[in-house]
Write a protein that binds this ligand. Structure first.
Ligand code: AMP
Length: 269
């Protein structure tokens, strides 16, 4: 595996790659990331993974500072997977003239997390756009765990880079049901148990959706009683139309964002 820090060196290495798969990450590598990497290795001639904790997409400085960083361990995991290239860019190389101010994203970017994290998705699209220009991948892998991000990027890439495919990847969960996330490294055992209870409750309650019996207000109260610090939202949306599922046969999902202490977790079930 080639580990590359320099943008121009990277471009030289990958310039002739015809079928390059790209897995962008913030690091804190876990089984969710690993599933994306394995899928890329299966589908592409070569795979490049990036680790870059993109400051601009964090709304709070404290969240950026405490974001789990485990570079040594990450490198050893990625190496074992037989990844071809690992790109570890510096902030200067990604933003030589600072972040963009006029990134346009789909209107869906204003809902769910977009409502509570203003500018977050614009910053994510900005950094992905910058990576695309450097790496020129054929396929980019994103997890359904961050469904809203996946949909917003898919919309952006279809519009601006029709030759690049965004490949959605299933959410990978721990035995207790919690979706793998780098932020889980910050949770205590007690907090993990709460997150697990929430997952199990949502899974159970989702069945009531078919019977139009899902009471979101009651669900919120139950979840707060588990010991959650704050709920940003619980919403039911059709993932194809991204509107509320008024019809029975919609592909609906329950979207949630909540805090355990100051740690913000999201999921969709
Ligand atoms: P992150 O490092 O959190 O930005 O995640 C990098 C990529 O991995 C994103 O496309 C995420 O959606 C994806 N991802 C994170 N957690 C999971 C998971 N539990 N299952 C599948 N994909 C995931």
């Amino acid at each position: 595996m080639k580990i590359i820090l320099n943008r121009n060196k990277l471009i030289k290495f990958i310039d002739s790659e015809k079928n390059l798969g790209f897995v962008p990450t913030l690091g804190g590598i876990h089984n969710g990331h690993i599933s994306l990497i394995k899928k890329s290795i299966n589908q592409c001639n070569k795979t490049i993974v990036s680790i870059f904790v993109n400051k601009t997409q964090f709304n709070k400085k404290s969240d950026f500072k405490k974001y789990p960083r485990s570079l040594k361990k990450d490198i050893s995991i990625i190496k074992k997977l037989n990844v071809d290239y690992l790109y570890l860019p510096t902030e200067k190389q990604i933003y030589p003239k600072g972040p963009s101010k006029n990134i346009k994203i789909s209107p869906f970017g204003k809902r769910l997390c977009g409502k509570f994290r203003p500018g977050h998705f614009e910053a994510v699209v900005d950094v992905v756009n910058r990576f695309i220009k450097i790496i020129k991948p054929k396929k980019i892998y994103f997890g359904e765990k961050d469904m809203q991000q996946l949909k917003i990027i898919d919309h952006f890439v279809k519009k601006n880079y029709p030759n690049i495919n965004i490949i959605p990847c299933k959410t990978i969960r721990e035995k207790n049901g919690i979706a793998y996330s780098s932020r889980n490294f910050l949770l205590s055992t007690k907090e993990k148990n709460i997150a697990s209870k929430i997952y199990k409750l949502l899974l159970l309650q989702k069945k009531n959706l078919n019977k139009n019996k899902l009471n979101l207000k009651l669900l919120k109260i139950k979840i707060l009683n588990f010991g959650v610090t704050k709920i940003d939202y619980i919403k039911v949306l059709d993932i194809n139309k991204l509107v509320r599922p008024f019809k029975k046969k919609c592909k609906y999902k329950v979207f949630i964002a909540f805090y355990l202490r100051s740690i913000r977790l999201i999921d969709n079930i």
